[in-house]
Design a protein around this ligand. Sequence first.
Ligand code: ZN
Length: 250
Amino acid sequence: TRLTEAEIEFRRKTIYQEILEESRCVKRGNFTGIETADLRLLFKKYDVIYFGRKCEELTSSPNSLRFRLSKRMTSAAGKTYQRRPRHLQTRAADYEIAISTTLLLETFNEEMRPITVSGVLCVDRLEALQRIFEHEMLHLIEMLVWDHSSCSADRFREMAHRLFGHLQNTHQLITPREIAQKKYGIQPGQRVKFTFEGRRYFGVVNRVTKRATVLVPDANGERYSDGKCYLKFYIPLPMLTPVGDEEIER
Ligand SMILES: [Zn+2]
């Protein structure tokens, strides 16, 4: 069955409203706190409205399904796992859906650009969460039914479009990397200065997550692939000052 745009919109809005009414934490579209119980609630809503409680049934004993909120996921917005405990002789599997709170909570703040998830424009965190969750529900269903899931394959894309109106399998939430670049001018390769325990250091940004990994040339440091030795620092972004080439080579 292909759902009409109006039907998809109606289901979206219904779930959105019910979450706001029933959740303990999520009381407005741009919620500032969320708990794993909210993911279970979302799961139940989608399962009832879309799948006639089939997902609940398929993930119950001997299978299991857990939900997790992740602060450490800084590029993927959601992930669905299927694990088969090796010691068991059965085909029973543990499923887990993880959702990034970092991406949700760092988006819909003061950014000027529109945010789409799965190719659908989202105006607040709950809408974005629903799009992510719809995507992960499909991964779960593919795993349950076909044992294997891929969101770049035709089957997934066709279902995502038919059931949820998704147009893409990507998100454009604001990542820590983007914040680092826009707000602090920090990106990998950028030369920076910072103060750490009272000392001033000059170094090069190697990696950016919520903090930056900065490599500082130092004879006592660890040897890297370029043959030079560096000390490694994890520095919060606001503590870094980008510097030009002249300053570090002084
Ligand atoms: Zn996917």
